[in-house]
Ligand binder design. Structure first.
Ligand SMILES: NC(=O)c1ccc[n+]([C@@H]2O[C@H](COP(=O)([O-])OP(=O)(O)OC[C@H]3O[C@@H](n4cnc5c(N)ncnc54)[C@H](O)[C@@H]3O)[C@@H](O)[C@H]2O)c1
Ligand SMILES: O=C(O)C(=O)C[C@]1(C(=O)O)C=C[C@@H](O)C=C1
Length: 366
């Protein structure tokens, strides 16, 4: 029997979920959003079967409700859902980047029909809104689930079954450990990226050529500073204790680096950089466990029309599937670097052989 899935908030994440869930004919998707254009876009692009402006109406018939809204709105919606008289059990999940405040709220709900499971797909982008949504956004990504205290295991099974459509890897984490870990590898880096951009902006006051020198390195490390400011202040706010602790850690780290420089500690500094490099290089090399492997190739390409398509076509002809593609640096008139990711070592080596045959210069990274 078809499952009725209500998605509230059809932006980048809610819209991407709508797209991937709608691909299965087993789901009937009802979309709700404060933005009328978003609903029209979602209907027109067949991301949803029906739109609704009434949460109560839509929720009544739902088997599963997904809150795809910013965290503060998600918590408000949980209060509203609590008031609805359901005549059957309904699974409610969210996609918020911070889990503790959401799970704390879920644990206070007394509506016996609500089975709450916190959710967080670990994929996204600096873009926002329904037009940025992609059906394959969560492919190979980690999807964290954090069930509320009284949530039955059968509800988790049902949600996992639904989310199979996303082709993500689901893992269960406690809210606090989730927030600590995402604090380190997601939230804090966003804060630092914005701080780096602010620093460059200040230096530009006395060095106006700075933006022209901002090449691959600066662009790589600050891409996420282009994310939605309202959304990110909400994430920082809801994870503020962890953020404050990480700012202290960071200050300590910077002080240590400052001392190395002031003391001419070149060996110490090399060791520090080497340790960081080894750890960073090892991130993609996990052979087992929940984190999928990615094998990267860095290909030199020229700044000319069709350069990327040529590389992609050569690999497609050999049925090598590219799991990620990124231009790291292209400057007018000279070569740039294309980073391609594939899923296995074999595919990486095969890609290397094919591209070298066609004269491409490249480098491999595991
Ligand atoms: N952006 C990311 O990379 C990312 C990744 C994983 C999880 N998340 C989480 O996903 C959630 C949504 O983020 P996003 O990036 O999709 O944002 P977004 O701005 O792209 O989408 C939010 C959507 O919610 C709608 N909305 C806002 N308030 C609403 C309300 N009161 N009622 C109904 N609709 C409302 C907006 O109109 C918009 O369509 C956040 O909780 C965020 O923490 C974001
Ligand atoms: O790729 C990006 O731009 C993201 O910021 C995605 C990202 C991340 O930090 O990795 C951002 C927030 C999330 O909650 C999950 C994923």
């Amino acid at each position: 029997m078809k499952k009725t899935v209500v998605i509230i908030g059809l932006g980048l994440i809610g819209g991407s979920l709508a797209k991937s869930l709608h691909e299965s004919k087993d789901n009937y998707i009802i979309g709700c959003d404060v933005n009328q254009h978003t609903l029209e876009f979602a209907l027109m692009n067949e991301m949803i079967d029906e739109s609704s402006s009434s949460l109560a109406e839509a929720a009544k018939n739902a088997d599963i409700i997904i809150l795809g809204t910013p965290i503060t709105e998600t918590i408000d919606y949980m209060t509203q859902l609590e008031q609805i008289s359901f005549d059957h059990d309904v699974i409610v999940t969210d996609v918020s980047s911070v889990k503790k405040p959401v799970i704390d709220k879920a644990n206070t709900l007394t509506n016996q029909h609500i089975q709450f499971i916190g959710g967080h797909p670990m994929a996204g982008s600096h873009k926002r809104g329904v037009t940025a949504a992609k059906g394959h956004l969560f492919e190979n990504a980690i999807y964290v689930l954090s069930p509320a205290t009284n949530c039955p295991a059968t509800a988790v099974d049902t949600l996992e079954e639904l989310l199979q459509n996303t082709n993500s890897h689901m893992i269960t984490l406690k809210a606090t450990e989730h927030d600590e870990m995402t604090g380190v590898v997601s939230h804090f880096p966003h804060l630092i990226a914005s701080a780096l951009v602010q620093q460059a902006k200040k230096w530009e006051e006395t060095h106006e050529f700075i933006p022209k020198l901002a090449a691959g390195g600066f662009r790589d490390v600050t891409r996420i500073a282009s994310s939605n400011p309202e959304l990110w202040q909400d994430i920082f706010y809801h994870n503020k204790q962890k953020m404050v602790r990480m700012i202290d850690d960071w200050t300590h780290e910077m002080t240590a680096l400052k001392q190395m420089l002031q003391n001419d500690g070149r060996t110490e500094l090399t060791d520090y950089l080497k340790q960081a490099k080894d750890y960073r290089d090892g991130l993609g090399a996990k052979k087992k466990g929940a984190i999928p492997s990615f094998y990267d190739l860095y290909v030199d390409i020229r700044d000319q029309t069709g350069a990327i398509a040529s590389v992609a076509n050569l690999l497609a002809e050999e049925e090598i599937s590219i799991t990620n593609i990124r231009i790291l640096e292209i400057r007018e008139g000279i070569t740039g670097v294309l980073r391609l990711s594939v899923s296995t070592k074999n595919e990486q080596l095969k890609s290397q052989r094919i591209l070298q045959q066609y004269g491409y210069e490249l480098m491999l990274e595991e």
